[in-house]
Design a protein around this ligand. Structure first.
Ligand SMILES: [Fe+2]
Ligand SMILES: [Fe+2]
Length: 283
């Protein structure tokens, strides 16, 4: 048995399950024309718009990830399938927003703006403490938290939106994010089994954690928390859920949550944004 062998089996299992998954949503399965504008509030459209922009970054982000993981099969192989799914998220949200009356020119303009954000150095710093490819634990921890957060966000927003088609889209997105989270959870677990001394990298990822929007959009703090409020995300319950998942993996090595928060406050300065993108949310 080897880490590479176990990871390959884990990734194959993911591929296989996905191939068989019925109801994998595509444009063909969704009647965007039947979306009822009255069933989605202005604020909810803003929240969906923010999510669409974050998802739209995927081609740029994938390029960075593939470069970073270029010698790390099967993590790099998983990245390709994962990117396809995230790209679908962007495409489906884009179509939903157009059906909700967002002008196409504005949407395309903002997507281009987001994709031209050059925060490579900032995003790429996740490999910096260990050098390229020496440690997969940091990015796995980071992505695991990220996927869980987006799952919670889409799930909460789906519960609030009244239009049944948009609701269904958001639920499907939440399901995808949940599966991504599960993949990362097990991958991280495997990595820590083979490298029990690797846990400080996970701790560091927890302490330095930021949502991806942070590296993309100016004033993301406000935009993101407004979107979470609109979605009705119970942030206390959400952090507890994320913390519990990390506890499951790291066990006794994780210092109590209160201390973690203190450390986060003291040591985690907001990342320096090299050139973030200002988005005008007025349509
Ligand atoms: Fe996504
Ligand atoms: Fe995801």
């Amino acid at each position: 048995m080897s880490l590479r062998g176990d990871m390959a089996a884990h990734t194959d299992e993911y591929f296989e399950k996905n191939e068989k998954r019925s109801g994998y949503f595509t444009h063909k399965d969704t009647d965007f024309g039947r979306i009822d504008r009255a069933g989605v509030t202005e604020k909810q459209i803003d929240a969906i718009y923010m999510a669409m922009l974050v998802e739209s970054f995927i081609p740029v982000y994938t390029e960075m990830l593939l470069h970073m993981r270029r010698f790390r099969a099967p993590s790099d192989e998983f990245t390709i399938i994962w990117a396809r799914e995230e790209l679908l998220h962007f495409r489906v949200l884009r179509s939903a927003l157009l059906a909700l009356g967002v002008p196409e020119r504005k949407l395309e303009f903002d997507v281009d703006k987001i994709r031209s954000t050059r925060n490579w150095e900032e995003i790429g710093r996740i490999e910096s403490p260990f050098g390229p490819l020496k440690n997969e634990i940091y990015p796995l921890t980071n992505t695991m938290i990220q996927e869980k957060s987006t799952e919670i966000f889409y799930h909460s927003l789906a519960n609030r939106v009244e239009d049944p088609i948009v609701k269904k889209i958001l639920k499907q997105l939440a399901g995808d994010e949940a599966r991504h989270h599960q993949y990362m959870y097990k991958a991280l677990k495997l990595h820590l089994e083979y490298d029990p001394g690797g846990w400080p990298a996970a701790m560091r990822a927890i302490m330095e954690y930021n949502m991806p929007g942070h590296y993309q959009m100016e004033k993301y703090q406000e935009i993101g928390s407004e979107a979470a409020k609109t979605a009705g995300v119970d942030s206390k319950a959400a952090s507890k859920e994320i913390r519990d998942k990390l506890f499951e993996i790291l066990g006794w090595k994780v210092i109590p949550a209160g201390a973690l928060l203190l450390i986060k406050k003291r040591f985690s300065k907001p990342p320096k944004i090299i050139r973030s993108t200002e988005i005008n949310f007025k349509r």
